[in-house]
Write a protein that binds this ligand. Sequence first.
Ligand code: KG4
Ligand code: ZN
Length: 340
Amino acid sequence: MLVLGIETTCDETAASVVEDGNKILSNIIFSQVHLHKKFGGVFPELASRSHIDKILPVIEDALKTAKVSLDEIDVIAVANRPGLVGSLLIGLNTAKALSFALDKPFIGINHIEAHLYAAMMGDDKKPVFPSLGVVISGGHTMLLKISDIGKYEILGTTIDDAIGESFDKVAKILDLSYPGGPEVEKLAKQGDSSKYQFKAGRVDKNPFDFSFSGLKTKVLYTVKGQKSKKDYPTIIKEEDKKHIAASFQKCAFEDLIKKAIGASEKHNLKSIYFGGGVTCNKALKEMFQNKNLNLDLFWPKKDLSLDNAAMIAGLGYHRYKKVLKSDKLDILAEPTISSF
Ligand code: KG4
Ligand code: ZN
């Protein structure tokens, strides 16, 4: 079965053709990072406009690279939740138009679920369940029990900032450019992570929930002074910034690792599937590996960590196989999701 995947939830316009949920025939990603850099974050109106310009060329490129025509596509899968509503609408309406014009089924996909599925792609090995899902991206931080593809229980989530968002905010405080995650990682490599004592938040009502907002504020007060605001001048020496980056990164990841291990133990889960942009971070992988856990760790392969449409097409295959019918043409773009 050939699935055309479409992804426009935030600031990447992406399209991909995937065969039988696993064989990636093309994975085209147009990143808008250059458009948003000067704003230090995603500017939603610019994002939607750029999606309008790029969506058709990106789909054409995905088909051409896969060497298939639109007629040969069996199903169209599109991320319709969660995300920026203006951005979501461009991908969703394109998918609906293609579905209507070609008389082919289309399926709306949960972008967060697709991030988890990304770590199951590209191997011939069948995924092992039940396992822990760890979604760490710019918009989400989540621990889930995965009983099967499509069957999840949320074990923990963030009560304020997402982990990737906290990297982006700390990068801004340290005068690094957007997106901040890779910049913080680069700077942290040169720093001493024991120089500053930071603490991630503990959430009393659920030990597997996260809170990164207090950690970010502590970094702000350390860099710009107690009770400072983000536009205040820096009071630390330039050479201390690398130690701040290293100490912050270690603190955020230790918190994540501790909670992931705790959730795996409590629910007797033997493997972890990771998804989302923060999985690009090599220090995180090393920290997990160095724990010598009795857990199989599955990380998304290259080009499947950050937002992409291959994960949307791959998951679309499984969703379609289960329901064997198209979603209705009136399904909505959903900026947030209340459940899985
Ligand atoms: O999954 P993604 O592309 O978009 C969302 O669905 O949010 O993730 C983007 C996030 C950004 O916050 C970015 O700073 C973070 O992933 N990120 C990283 C790294 N590379 C990307 N965070 C830490 N270290 C990295 N190397
Ligand atoms: Zn994402």
